[in-house]
Design a protein around this ligand. Structure first.
Ligand code: PXG
Length: 471
């Protein structure tokens, strides 16, 4: 990181209470507004490396890389310079109607170079949700162009997350999202997730992986293979609670999609750009997707940008004669976002950050993180690369969850924040996804803070008559 990154602008001249008061009327994504009225929002003012600072100057280790995106860490002056320079040259132009510009062309080239070999084509969007809207339309347009319009159903998974637009939320399998606004839209169905810890019962992880994959074939046969267009899944489910599938799962899924000629969509919005220690989760699991939505780490979160990588098999049809894809966004391939993303890709490569996750900090996190499994509250500590989860449970030996669920996780999350660590809770699963630049010393700090907060959470659980712990 350059030295200039260390100089940060002065803190805004308002108190925390004033910021919170000004914010009170406004709606926030996925936020309990009742809780905001009581507690007020957390107001983050600046950040450097892996650390956030709130408006009162309190430091927090960002165990989530923002929202799974700031892979290169905060304060990257190279990315700021790329944005500044592009803004001065060409702040905006579009890629509609036979136009484009050098930053989009260069980024496309760079993406083709780092993605699996079947990907020689990209469609840019402004976000991961827009990428998944693009997937839905591209997949259906593909089959219609091949004269099979009845192949329109897309299979997703319960508890999968593919964004918050109507298509993204429909492809995802989040019941609370479906409950608001009449989702999913028609033509999208869901199968079970490969969540061994929560749903594997007495089966071994390997046996359960095959059972969970078999659900795909069963669903294809139930619907009729001639009606199924695609299967979409995250290589590792992120927002659903860092669900790392058993080793048998992805090979079986690949066999099934191949058997029925169904398109495979690997949503790489979280797993992409080094999270697993490979460029993409598809590299880690050795799968061959036909479409790959990307976002987040693409620009390290410094600019809103996403896209869909499109395999030759699909692109050959979409780019064929008479092929106009009636789809696109004003900010598809935004030049500033593209320039920043190209600079981000250079940093991943030049600093060999992804290799570092694979051979150094990933294995180190695994070692330190798995030590937490000895804690009385922790039923499982799992990780791949720099993505991990802790299952907080009532009975470790029987994998029994807390009832009511979610409360203990929320306590733990709040205690983490009070103690200088951002760790997210998905129900009672604690999850992390720190910046890839995290050092071993900072991993030690993360694990020590997490352990201390688990102790504090345990004390709270023990003081509550509703929860009886068995370790
Ligand atoms: N696919 C996946 C796999 C994601 O994780 C999206 C698509 C949508 O991307 P956009 O850029 O439209 O947000 C995501 C986003 C959380 C959380 O709380 C996760 C996401 C976004 C916000 C919060 O875990 N993932």
């Amino acid at each position: 990181m350059s030295e200039r990154g260390a100089t940060t602008p002065p803190l805004p001249q308002r108190t925390l209470a004033e910021w919170q008061q000004l914010d009170r009327a406004h709606l926030h994504p996925f936020t309990d507004h009742g809780a905001i009225q009581k507690k007020g929002t957390r107001v983050i003012a600046r950040a450097e490396g892996v650390y956030l600072y709130d408006v009162e100057g309190r430091q927090l280790l960002d165990g989530m890389a923002g929202l799974w995106c700031v892979n290169l860490g905060y304060g990257r002056i190279e990315l700021a310079d790329a944005a500044y320079s592009q803004m001065r040259t060409l702040p905006y132009y579009n890629s509609f109607f036979q136009c484009t510009h050098p930053p989009a062309i260069e980024l496309a080239q760079a993406l083709v170079a780092v993605t699996p070999p079947q990907f020689n084509h990209v469609f840019f969007t402004g976000s991961g949700s827009e990428a998944n809207d693009t997937v839905l339309r591209a997949v259906r347009h593909y089959w219609t162009s091949l004269g099979q319009p009845e192949r329109s159903i897309i299979i997703g998974r319960h508890n999968g997350y593919h964004g918050s637009t109507v298509a993204g939320a429909s492809l995802g399998g989040m019941a609370p999202m479906h409950a608001q606004g009449g989702l999913p839209i028609p033509g999208i169905v869901h199968i079970r997730q490969p969540y061994w810890y929560g749903e594997g019962g007495d089966l071994s992880p390997e046996e359960f992986g095959l059972v969970a994959a078999q659900a795909l074939e069963d669903k294809i046969l139930e619907l009729g293979p001639e009606r199924v267009a695609a299967f979409i899944a995250e290589p590792i489910q992120g927002a659903g609670g860092v669900v790392i599938p058993p080793a048998t799962y992805w090979p079986a899924i690949q066999r099934i999609v191949d058997r029925y000629g169904i398109l495979l969509v690997a949503d790489e919005v979280i797993c992409g750009f080094g999270r697993t220690g490979e460029w993409f989760g598809s590299d880690y699991y050795r799968i061959r997707p036909d479409l790959m939505p990307i976002a987040k780490g693409l620009s390290s979160g410094y600019q809103p940008i996403g896209g869909v990588m499109i395999a030759d098999r699909v692109a050959d049809v979409l780019l064929g004669p008479g092929g106009e894809f009636n789809h696109g966004f004003t900010y598809s391939g935004h030049p500033v976002a593209c320039a920043v993303a190209s600079a981000a890709l250079r940093i991943y490569r030049e600093e060999k950050l992804i290799e570092r996750v694979k051979t150094d900090v990933g294995p180190y996190l695994k070692q330190r993180w798995s030590e937490l499994a000895s804690h009385p509250l922790v039923g499982e500590a799992r990780s791949v690369g720099l993505i991990g989860a802790l299952e907080l449970v009532r009975d470790k030996s029987r994998r029994t969850l807390f009832t009511p669920g979610g409360e203990v996780g929320t306590w733990c999350r709040d205690l983490c924040v009070e103690n200088g660590l951002v760790m997210r809770a998905v129900r009672d699963t604690m999850i992390i996804s720190p910046p890839l630049i995290i050092t071993r010393g900072q991993i030690d700090e993360l694990v020590e803070k997490a352990r201390r907060c688990l102790d504090l959470t345990l004390a709270k659980v023990q003081a509550d008559a509703r929860f009886r712990i068995r370790s």
